[in-house]
Design a protein around this ligand. Sequence first.
Ligand SMILES: [Zn+2]
Length: 237
Amino acid sequence: MKLDKPGQAALLKLGEIDLALAKLKAELLRQIDSKELADLQEQLTLSAGELLAARTEAENLSLTVRRSEEDIRLVDERLARDTERLNTTSSPKDAQAIEREIESLKKRMSDLEDIELGLLAELEASEKVLAQATSKKESINTSLVKLQDEIQAKVDELKSQGRKLTADKAVVVEKVSQEVLSQYEKLATRQIAVGTVDDRGCTACRMNLTVGALDNIKSLPEDELAICPECQAFIVR
Ligand SMILES: [Zn+2]
């Protein structure tokens, strides 16, 4: 196929641009399909579950502590009332009964205070777990947002490079004849469609060319495109 020298240079450039566009597309997919991002999203979901469980546990314990405090308050009130009654009663029989009740209330109070202490220790431990779960989730979330921002910045950069390459491509395509272009596009769907000879090898397929093939390529007129005998790619000299 015939193609003038500027056209051949444009064809070579077109090959480079298409290669760069393919690399860009692969990199874009790699960025979007980030394993690190998926891992962080999974960690965040797990951590949100842990946080919810820790919060429920702490809230339940807090409620139990309030109930226990209310029990203590009621026993305390009754003790105060009984002490008052003991001080004012004139009946020794009543006084005896009240004293027995006070004894029993004091025992109840002591038991309740023991329970309360145990509950407070549990609540403290559970609040520690809650604080840890909260800060763990925050930290994962911070990493996730940071990574998402980084990915977005890379994606934006790649898209901008892609727009520039596409614009460059439109310029070089203008310099290549329709005939060569359609053959190039046919080839480009399955392989590198244009190369040069470098150290006796075709840069499109990386195969070494025979001396005869190299002579054939050299002997072609300047405006005739060479074809690699190994991969059929256009060879620009
Ligand atoms: Zn080749």
